[in-house]
Design a protein around this ligand. Structure first.
Ligand code: GLC
Length: 515
């Protein structure tokens, strides 16, 4: 089934059909639906006997949002693949939510009130919120230590909130003084040194920017959430977009040359409002954008927030972003930490669905990353030291559903063969696992963690793999099986359909496993 995915990604017919929609922005979505279905059918037909045609890439599905035809960057499939190559190979990134909301740290007037949404949840007025910046000193902020943590965790890119919904820019901006260099205790650009530290270690850099929701800058309060403060009713949303948001995105691009622009909350973005951002972002030929710009812009990869979808997606790169506890910003009341085991298995699960894992940390107002987050990131890094071969630069596994004992990823070999990485979460008592529907023998097998013979034999129901001894790693032990040809699964079901351009993947079918 992942061959279908890859074919869609590189199918000139499909991408040019989608590209053509851009010219017909306000035309009927029925036409788009017809084109998408036709394209999908031809893909599936080209892929051999299949499956029902899943619909793809239609207009935003979220409740109350108008439907817009899909807008994509005009480029050839080869250009598209080249632009996304590093991202697809990276598989693991670090998200950082840092801002003035770290000062109340989840508590307002003695009550828990969310983290980075605290201003909205506790209905804090602009006049009350602004002075919090004086308690945002960033005195213990060590960008080199953050970047080194990222390296030790095994991530390949770092995405930080350059400006979240409270409108506070962490970089020096000429378009609003509500930024870390000009207002409050930090009095310096906090993004610039991180970009330097991250790049010095060979990692990619991404900037999160809340384009349509800004609770402090004039006019930005009209973007999404209903205003709770009279001053948020002043100004015009379009002026805010033209005079603050767009110029600030330009500043970010000129100062930091990000590899990713990570938009957030698309609700008020019409195609007309999204276009200048789309044009600006893609004026950098290498830049990637996520699926949250709005106005029908598909972006280069689909984000899925806090949820792992049930399969890979047809023709779309995927990034699952997730918290380590339940909060994005620093929240001292939230001690609901996921275990290192769960995080490692999430990474394995997401990679098996051809996706990236963007895992969040929420530093304090002083600039410290909470120790439970550090500990868990380092545990993932240790696991990756042994098992990284089964994650980086792999593709999702060939199976159409999660397997009872774990997950799989795969890599093509230059000789036309392939390596199938079998991530064993639950090491069976009898040492035998079934790879259902596999019809070709494995040439050889090895454990990544230690030596020990891995043998296999074909049975009517698939390939039976016999594992040696006890599990080398209780979280996930990886076996690499070599095959003469890529593994195809008979009667695989279709991929998950992508229901639109809105930010959060509408697939509640599978949350991370409870461990
Ligand atoms: C949501 C939230 C935001 C968080 C983001 C991360 O859009 O509004 O607080 O930054 O998701 O995915």
């Amino acid at each position: 089934m992942n061959s279908i995915n890859r074919r869609a990604e590189s199918n000139p017919w499909l991408r040019s059909a989608i590209g053509a929609w851009e010219g017909f922005l306000m035309k009927s979505t029925l036409l788009a639906a017809f084109l998408a279905l036709t394209a999908t059918r031809s893909l599936l037909a080209a892929d051999g006997p299949a499956t029902q045609a899943p619909a793809i890439q239609m207009a935003p599905p979220a409740a109350g949002l108008p439907a817009y035809p899909a807008i994509v960057k005009k480029e050839t499939p080869e250009e598209h693949a080249a632009r996304l190559k590093w991202f697809r190979e990276a598989r693991f990134g670090m998200f950082i939510h840092w801002g003035v909301y770290a000062v109340p740290a989840g508590v307002w007037q003695g009550k828990p009130a969310g983290a980075e949404w605290i201003m909205n949840r506790a209905k804090i007025t602009v006049a009350e919120y602004r002075p919090l910046a004086s308690d945002f000193p960033a005195t213990r902020y060590d960008p080199d230590a953050w970047a080194q943590l990222a390296v030790d965790a095994g991530v390949k890119y770092v995405v930080i909130t350059a400006k979240h919904h409270d409108g506070f820019a962490l970089f020096d901006s000429a378009y609003s003084d509500w930024n870390a260099a000009k207002t409050g205790a930090a009095r310096r650009d906090l993004i610039a040194p991180l970009v330097k530290a991250v790049r010095a270690r060979g990692l990619r850099f991404g900037a999160y920017y809340s384009q349509s929701q800004d609770w402090v800058n004039l006019g930005g309060g009209k973007g999404n959430t209903p205003p709770w403060d009279e001053v948020q009713k002043r100004g015009s949303f379009d002026d805010y977009l033209a005079k603050i948001a767009l110029p600030q995105v330009r500043e970010i691009m000129e100062k930091f040359h990000p590899d990713i622009l990570w938009w957030d909350t698309e609700y008020s973005m019409t195609p007309e409002r999204a276009k200048p951002f789309f044009d600006l972002a893609y004026s950098d030929p290498n830049l990637l954008i996520n699926s949250r710009l709005g106005g029908g812009v598909l972006g280069d990869f689909r984000t899925s927030e806090q949820r792992i979808p049930s399969s890979a997606m047809l023709g779309r790169a995927l990034e699952v972003n997730m918290t380590i506890n339940d909060s994005w910003g620093y929240n001292l009341t939230d001690l609901h930490w996921k275990s290192a085991r769960q995080l490692i298995r999430n990474l394995s699960d997401i990679a098996s669905k051809d996706g990236n894992y963007l895992l969040n940390v929420g530093p304090t107002a002083e600039g410290e990353i909470p120790q439970p987050e550090v500990d868990r990131l380092l545990a993932i890094g240790r696991w990756l030291k042994t098992n990284g071969e089964a994650i980086y630069a792999t593709e999702g596994g060939p199976f159409d559903a999660p397997l009872p004992w774990g997950r799989t990823t795969q890599k093509k070999r230059p000789d036309g063969g392939s390596t199938l990485y079998v991530h064993v979460w639950e090491w069976p008592g009898d040492g035998r696992i079934l790879l259902p529907g596999v019809r070709q023998p494995a040439l050889s097998g090895r454990l990544l963690a230690r030596s020990g013979a891995v043998t296999s034999s074909l049975a009517p129901e698939g390939l039976i793999v016999t594992l040696p001894g006890a599990a080398p790693d209780p979280d996930a032990s990886v076996v690499a099986l070599e095959f003469a040809k890529p593994v195809e699964i008979s009667n695989a079901r279709p991929l998950l359909k992508d229901t639109g351009a809105s930010g959060t993947l509408a697939d509640p079918s599978r949350s991370p496993p409870a461990l």
